[in-house]
Design a protein around this ligand. Structure first.
Ligand SMILES: N[C@@H](CCC(=O)N[C@@H](CS)C(=O)NCC(=O)O)C(=O)O
Length: 305
């Protein structure tokens, strides 16, 4: 084979020499076998991709026939003790119920274009991110939740929601997936995924640790994580006070998020956390029960059986 000398003194093969070598190898018996395997794998890969595309197209056709203004809510399957282990999916489904918007659930494709759960299809249009979706629906259905909030109530609602959606839930997730190695949350997963999660946890846990380390939560001890959690629960309880809902006497959009996140804290984190909330935060427990009774009368039927 012909070589080219590089300035560093390393000899690299000339391109045409490489090609000659490859075509020589391809003519040998082993080369032909390898060629056939590579070709078969490529055909299979392309075939699989086309099949997936075809299936996705078929699903979209089905979803577009859901009916005018009917939301197709794409989300993970039901958990064993709560309708969804994704707080964002539970928030959105609670919002749809609060707003009286008609919806159907799809679990075949729970992660949308942004790779996140939940997402929706409405009138053939696809939208993702629970916040952007709620904003879109509120406009599309002309503010279906009749809330009369002052700017300062909106500000409090927004601040509480961001605290829960962006910080409290990270502490909860770090506790349930990393600190407790899924010992509790695994039982809350849809039954059909529990074995698979158990098997793949070791591989999955490395990625999780990396994610939480980058986020920052992964750099704290359990005691520190629980300190954040307790402090935020206290703040939430102080905001609710003696009101029926988070920022007012009547329900507002913020309640969807608060309820969804509180569900994760109370029954989706760890038995000791649930005990702590039940022993110290009667206001939060009552709020949780109130929202559940009002918007999820069919809670038990919405669990993984
Ligand atoms: N900001 C998004 C967050 C959604 C989100 O993070 N969903 C999680 C499930 S709780 C997810 O899809 N994770 C999968 C991933 O990130 O690959 C929203 O509000 O919808």
């Amino acid at each position: 084979m012909a070589f080219v000398a590089t300035p560093g003194g390393v000899a690299i093969p000339r391109p045409h020499a490489v090609w000659r070598e490859v075509s020589h190898c391809a003519r040998t018996q082993t080369g032909r076998k390898v060629g056939k395997v590579v070709l078969a794998a490529a055909i299979l890969g392309v075939g699989l991709k086309l099949y997936k595309k075809y299936k996705a197209h078929q699903r979209r056709q089905r979803w577009s026939q859901a009916g005018k203004d009917v939301v197709v809510l794409h989300q993970f399957e039901r958990g064993t003790n709560m309708p969804n282990l994704s707080p964002f999916a539970l928030k959105l489904e609670t919002y749809l119920r609060m707003a009286g918007i008609k919806y159907i659930v799809d679990t075949e494709e729970p992660q949308g274009a942004r790779g996140k759960c939940p997402w929706i299809t409405i009138n053939g249009e696809e939208l993702s991110d629970s916040e952007l979706i709620i904003d879109y629906l509120a406009k599309h259905f002309n503010k279906p939740i009749k809330e009369e909030l002052s700017p300062s109530q909106h500000a409090i609602g927004r601040a509480v929601q961001v605290m829960l959606d962006e910080h409290t839930i990270v502490a909860v997730a770090y506790k349930r997936y990393v600190l407790d190695r899924m010992s509790y949350i695994l039982k809350c997963f849809p039954k059909q995924y529990q074995l698979m999660m158990r098997i793949f946890y070791p591989a999955f846990s490395k990625q999780l640790k990396k994610y939480f380390f980058t986020n920052g939560m992964g750099r704290f001890s359990e005691e520190e994580v629980l300190f954040f959690l307790r402090r935020e629960l206290r703040a939430l309880e102080d905001v609710i006070g003696d009101k029926q809902f988070v920022v007012a006497k009547t329900p507002s959009t913020y309640d969807a998020a608060v309820f969804a996140e509180l569900t994760q804290v109370i029954i989706g984190c760890a038995p000791e956390v649930e005990r702590y909330v039940r022993d110290n935060h009667a206001v939060l427990v009552q709020y949780f029960e109130r929202m559940k009774d009002k918007y999820w009368p069919d809670w038990d039927q919405c669990l993984s059986q």
